[in-house]
Design a protein around this ligand. Sequence first.
Ligand code: MN
Ligand code: MN
Length: 368
Amino acid sequence: MFSSSIPISSEGGDSSFQNNVPDPVTSGKELPTFKFALDRSEGRVMDGSFGKEATVVQLPISKGLAGVSMRLEPGVMRELHWHATAAEWAFVTEGRVRTSVIDPYGCAETNDFAPGDIWYFPRGHGHVIQALGDRPCHFILVFDNGYFSEFGTFSITDWLGHAPPELLAKNFGLPASMFANIPKEEVYFAKGKIPPEIAPAPLQGWKTPPLTHKYSLLSQKPFDVFKGGLEWRVDGSQFPISTTMTGVVLDMEPGALRELHWHPNAAEWQYLLGGEVRVTLFGSHGRWRQETLAEGDVAYIPQGFGHSIESISGERARILIVFNSGHYQTINLSQWIAGNSLDVLATNFAQDPSLFEKFPHREVFLTK
Ligand code: MN
Ligand code: MN
């Protein structure tokens, strides 16, 4: 009569949630912290370039998503690498960036990015990231696995530097002596000249994939406009290659509120681009917790947990929000209430039905 099989969702969310097993990190008496000061952390630094990460090591609650704040000086590249444990979703905040990515069908794409642009690299596809022009660039990388570590990925110098030269010689049909001077340890950040403005063709010539890896998010019209702010949103329906992740940028006027809501199908990773916000998390069993985010701070909302975001400083807040599902879903409290009858609401709260006449009869989403 009872099925012994455990339903496992094919994408999104936290693995423990999908397995219907309580997560020890979020099932205690108190909710743990869900904030990490990413840009104030140390990370990996080379001159002015850096990579700072937020994974389950820095933020134990963040099992479904990890993130990296990366800055590259002019002429610096994040070397050729891949990671099959997580897809990579990125948002450019400053400067210009060039990426090249290879897919399993031999198609390669090179794209140039400016602030407000995003990229998506599927799990395991090899890529390289370069600063373009004579100014540094900065971008936020988000991964659909909290256990991902940027410092445990597969880098090309790490591999070739530790492969026997005879093996490489045979592989490429070249003398082993040609591999004598390649780096012996992982380079991670490689520094060279500023790349040409027009991207040079790959060795095989241009052979581009059917789906592009680039989407210009902030040059689109906002997805929605509210009293108190703007929302840009991109999921797999606008950006088809991005099958496992969705991104949102919220601009919030001082005092604006992204209303109480939850996401049925995904965990949420937040990075504050500007201003100051207060995030309130509701974790069932009377548990709730608030965190205040300043610019460069990260927060994480486990799949299905109730939450809200308020812009609390005198300036506009801008927040980057990334979900580990390619399908955006939200249920907002005002919408839920509006989907029930006065009779149900009156009984549930032991109030006179007339009270609920005054509630919004449609979704609020963002208000002030
Ligand atoms: Mn990467
Ligand atoms: Mn949310």
